[in-house]
Design a protein around this ligand. Structure first.
Ligand code: CTP
Ligand code: MG
Length: 230
């Protein structure tokens, strides 16, 4: 990074999920990938970004696995997760001083492959225009809407996959998540809360191999990608 290196950035990593769709014995963030847990990979990707000064990690209240990772003795700040991802992120945000850290990156524990260069790109693009944004990648396939049958073909021209990290002003994101929860609006990423609150969100193109490990087959795919990504 160049002109923005002086900005101290906070990072939140929601890691309090149970990984139901993964159907494994341990929550997916604790599965091994090339000799390290997925969580350790994901944290290392954030730590590789010089502007990221502190990481808040949201863990399940009864998490018995974290203590056995190499991260247990690091300076990462542990906070309690909540019922849904949005609650876990908000719980972490409550501990962050927006004067010390005016901007926050939120990154899924289940995305161990994000390139640090993509994170830096996201930060630079957002700070340059002082607007929050997300890493995203363009949809490639022809998109259909429907259940058993196609009801319509949706133009993919303006469609993107929303990835993480997502990067927003700390105070605005905290307010948007809090208000969305109070209003009973269910959001699955930070951008949705910001959009709902009426803020613009920048789309910053990232690499599509920044997958979220979700289903069993994703683990082998992640192992393969890890060998390709430097
Ligand atoms: N997450 C969280 N708190 C929750 C639910 C999810 O911190 N109450 C985290 C997960 O640990 C994960 C990220 O949010 O790093 C993305 O969520 P997802 O991929 O859906 O993970 P899980 O909820 O664990 O998986 P599933 O939906 O299959 O149960
Ligand atoms: Mg989930």
């Amino acid at each position: 990074m160049t002109e923005h290196t002086s900005v101290a950035i906070a990072a939140v990593m929601p890691a309090a999920g149970i990984g139901k769709r993964m159907r494994s014995d341990v929550p997916k963030q604790y599965l091994q990938l090339h000799g390290k847990t997925i969580l350790e990979h994901s944290v290392a990707r954030l730590q590789a970004v010089p502007a990221v000064s502190q990481i808040w990690l949201a863990l399940a209240a009864d998490d018995p696995y974290f203590a056995d990772t190499a991260l247990a003795h690091s300076n990462i700040i542990r906070v309690k997760g909540g019922a849904e991802r949005m609650h876990s992120v908000l719980n972490a945000l409550q501990f962050i001083d927006e004067h010390q850290y005016p901007w926050v990156l939120v990154h899924d524990a289940a995305r161990p492959l994000v390139r640090s260069s993509d994170i830096e790109h996201l930060i630079q693009r957002c700070l340059a225009v002082e607007q929050g944004g997300i890493l995203a990648c363009r949809v490639r396939d022809t998109m259909k809407r429907g259940e058993l049958q196609v009801s319509e073909t949706v133009s993919r021209e303006h469609l993107w996959h929303a990835l993480t990290p997502q990067f927003f002003p700390t105070a605005l994101l905290r307010a948007a998540l809090k208000d969305a929860i109070t209003a009973g609006v269910h959001v699955t990423d930070e951008a949705s809360a910001m959009e709902w609150a009426g803020h613009n969100v920048l789309l910053v193109e990232g690499h599509s191999d920044n997958i979220k490990i979700t289903q069993p087959a994703d683990l082998a795919l992640a192992a393969f990608y890890l060998e390709q990504i430097v």
